[in-house]
Design a protein around this ligand. Structure first.
Ligand code: GDP
Ligand code: MG
Length: 163
């Protein structure tokens, strides 16, 4: 059985960008897969010699009447329950927001393994946000740039012992 990694975090931090980078062309469309709804995208990921399943919580970006916080909680809890590991992502250029704090709280209560990613980590504009991420109490933040493909070696280092 392969490891399942769920990427969670508030909208616009770069979850789908990382998902696409990890999955490449091996995207499995969720519509074909029983038990996986449209709000969660699932794909076959590869990172160096690690092969695993990655879940992107995609439904948060859709505008509905439902509050973001309610959808966030439900989607995140579903993803956490499906996953062996959660990668919690923040935007290092913005730093830790109150919404991020809510996610961190859900994950601390619900998930066995949580990795913390400070994305958009390219350049000095991210330095303060990366440091702030330590305050979440979820371990050492992995400084990532999903868009530029930087920091994947550090993701590997944290994922490899679990996988
Ligand atoms: P999601 O809502 O969390 O899935 O975020 P997306 O993957 O859709 O990305 C939101 C925006 O952030 C897009 O415009 C991306 O191009 C941008 N983005 C994603 N990763 C990075 C990164 O590492 N650096 C920068 N500067 N922008 C990024
Ligand atoms: Mg997305």
């Amino acid at each position: 059985m392969t490891l399942t990694l769920a990427i969670v975090g508030r909208p616009n931090v770069g979850k789908s960008t990382l998902f696409n980078r990890l999955v490449g062309k091996r995207l499995a469309l969720v519509d074909d897969q029983p038990g996986v709804t449209r709000d969660l995208r699932e794909g076959a990921a590869r990172l160096a010699d690690l092969k695993f399943t990655v879940i992107d919580t995609a439904g948060l970006e859709e505008a509905t009447d439902d509050s973001l916080q309610g959808r966030m909680r439900r989607l995140t809890e579903r993803a956490v329950d499906m996953a062996d590991v959660c990668l919690f992502m923040i935007d290092a250029r913005v730093g830790v927001t109150p919404t991020d704090e809510i996610f961190a709280e859900i994950l601390r209560k619900r998930s066995a393994h949580v990795l913390l990613a400070a994305n958009k980590g390219e350049g000095a504009a991210a330095d303060a946000g990366v440091l702030e991420a330590y305050n979440l109490g979820l371990g050492e933040p992995i400084r990532l740039s999903a868009e530029h493909g930087e920091g994947l070696n550090d993701l590997y280092t944290q994922l490899q012992p679990i996988a």
